[in-house]
Write a protein that binds this ligand. Structure first.
Ligand code: APR
Length: 242
């Protein structure tokens, strides 16, 4: 089983989605905040936004949807989780479920990076390719590279940037599965939205969980209309009887 998640899976935790009624892109312009050009133009503005998002996410908890997926990491031997989310709530749910053996970090394929990782903007020779930084809030905006003093940037994939080829390869491998479930994504952003098609062409039974219609709804074998934090626990209860 492979599951692809988007911002909708974190909505119940209080993390804003991107294109929902009160989504980030309703209030902010992606081209001024989430591109390398925007960062080069005004790193302070971009970091003020990412620092605000980090503070917001740090105050959120994983929800029932994250916890069921963490649990499935143990239940299904070949379980893979492909996520577009940079919030780290899947990993947090997995960490909190450690006792019951759950989703290993190897099974989480992060397509768009992590808001809790940073890298040197230059990048300088002394710094690792990327490193974890959970500072909330930053005292100095924009924050600086501890190795060279130049700027650091958020460890997320911005519009116009390519995804890590190794990550795309792992996600493509994961799409070769028996059951592919897409949860809480508007299915508008590629290559993420393309993995459902790969899975279907490979013969997988495909499912969408979303309260709203998306371009994927008409293409899946089963569309479950409702919030992830309700439908995934119900699915988990029913699976428990099998
Ligand atoms: N449960 C399930 N789905 C939900 C819920 C919920 N509780 N609440 C909202 N949704 C659905 C919405 O109906 C919408 O289809 O989640 C989807 C969220 O869509 P977007 O906001 O577009 O987020 P996403 O699909 O993850 O965006 C993809 O775009 O902005 C970039 O890099 C960013 O990773 C992001 C990518």
């Amino acid at each position: 089983m492979t599951v692809l998640t988007g911002a909708g899976v974190s909505a119940a935790s209080g993390v804003p989605t991107f294109r929902g009624a009160d989504g980030l892109w309703k209030n902010f312009r992606p081209e001024t905040l989430a591109t390398p050009q925007a960062f080069a133009r005004d790193p302070r503005l971009v970091w003020e936004w990412y620092d605000w998002r980090r503070q917001k996410i740090a105050a959120c908890e994983s929800n029932a949807a994250h916890h069921v997926l963490a649990k499935w990491g143990a239940r299904f031997p070949n379980f893979k989780l492909i996520t577009q989310n940079v919030d780290g709530l899947h990993e947090r749910a997995a960490a909190s479920a450690k006792a019951n053996a759950s989703l290993s970090s190897a099974a989480v394929i992060r397509l768009h990076g992590s808001i809790w990782e940073v890298l040197c903007w230059r990048p300088c020779a002394m710094s690792p390719p990327r490193w974890r930084d959970e500072t909330v809030p930053y005292r100095e905006i924009p924050p600086r590279c501890m190795h060279c003093g130049d700027l650091i940037r958020p460890g997320v994939v911005w519009f116009g940037e390519g995804l890590d080829p190794d990550v795309v390869y792992r996600a493509t491998q994961a799409a070769d599965c028996d059951v592919f479930i897409t949860v809480g994504t508007s299915a508008l952003v590629y290559p993420a939205a393309g993995f459902l098609d790969i899975a279907r062409r490979g013969g997988a039974f495909t499912v969408e969980i979303n309260p709203d219609l998306t371009p994927a709804t008409a293409t899946v074998d089963l569309a479950l209309r409702g919030p992830a934090e309700t439908i995934l626990p119900e699915l988990d209860r029913q699976l428990a009887h099998l």
